[in-house]
Design a binder for this molecule. Structure first.
Ligand SMILES: NC(=O)c1ccc[n+]([C@@H]2O[C@H](COP(=O)([O-])OP(=O)(O)OC[C@H]3O[C@@H](n4cnc5c(N)ncnc54)[C@H](OP(=O)(O)O)[C@@H]3O)[C@@H](O)[C@H]2O)c1
Length: 210
């Protein structure tokens, strides 16, 4: 499975390192493949490489969106070219500029907007409800943090769950892509707890069942 990770920042680098270690083909799609940030991500993901967004997306079956919300994500999707039939793992959160709320939500979501921007792709919302530190290391006392995900295509969701499990998360399917309306506020809850309300970043949500 060929994976294009669009963006080589906190989230892109953390995810890419795991998948490269698991033997996946990983290409970081970035604006400047020679830039220090892109090369640092490549160094953390042995066997990976950096390319333009168009090159990375063209050869990938799975495109992982790890760009800032808004124009950046729209621009990145446009730069990807034809995404028909490809799986998009949307990790974005529509966090506002003051980092204390969301710029859209509850009656729609970034996940649904991504699907509208790339109507022929199969979008799964995933890797948005926890910090990149937990993507680097999801282990909490021998158990993986829960990774909630949603989407409308069963095969795309299965792929997303496989890739989450490879990182060490416990994946949990929470339903159709409209559930992004609730996953994105949950991300805001994690952000506010971690950064404003005293918990710090070494926290993660765990789904309990009985
Ligand atoms: N950080 C977290 O803990 C976390 C957790 C869950 C979800 N998220 C979400 O994941 C996304 C990425 O977060 P991050 O912390 O990884 O951000 P980041 O470190 O700032 O990295 C963002 C990446 O996107 C690239 N980018 C920006 N504009 C672009 C464009 N127009 N076209 C192509 N690439 C572009 C940047 O490239 P340049 O280097 O060229 O600027 C950079 O590689 C955000 O939507 C965020 O809300 C973050």
């Amino acid at each position: 499975m060929k994976i294009a990770i669009i963006g080589s920042g906190n989230v892109g680098a953390a995810l890419g390192a795991h998948w490269a270690a698991a033997g996946r083909s990983v290409v970081f799609g970035v604006r400047n493949p020679a830039a220090e940030k892109a090369q640092a991500a490549v160094a953390k993901a042995p066997g990976s490489r950096a390319a333009t967004v168009a090159e990375a997306a063209a050869e990938a079956e799975v495109v992982v969106l790890t760009t800032p919300w808004g124009d950046a994500t729209k621009e990145a999707l446009d730069a990807c070219g034809d995404l028909a039939g490809k799986i998009i793992l949307d990790c974005t959160n529509p966090v506002n500029q003051t980092f204390d709320g969301l710029s859209l939500g509850l009656t729609t979501s970034a996940g649904e907007q991504v699907q509208a921007w790339a109507p022929q792709a199969k979008v799964v919302k995933i890797f948005n409800t926890t910090g990149s530190n937990n993507m680097e290391n999801p282990d909490y006392g021998g158990r993986g943090a829960t990774m909630l995900y949603c989407g409308d295509d069963p095969v795309a969701k299965e792929t997303a769950a496989t890739l989450a499990a490879e990182i060490g998360f416990e994946p949990a399917d929470v339903g159709p892509l409209t559930q992004s309306r609730f996953l994105e506020p949950l991300a805001m809850l994690w952000i506010s707890m971690a950064l404003r309300y005293g918990y710090g970043r070494e926290i993660a949500f765990q789904l309990l069942r009985r």
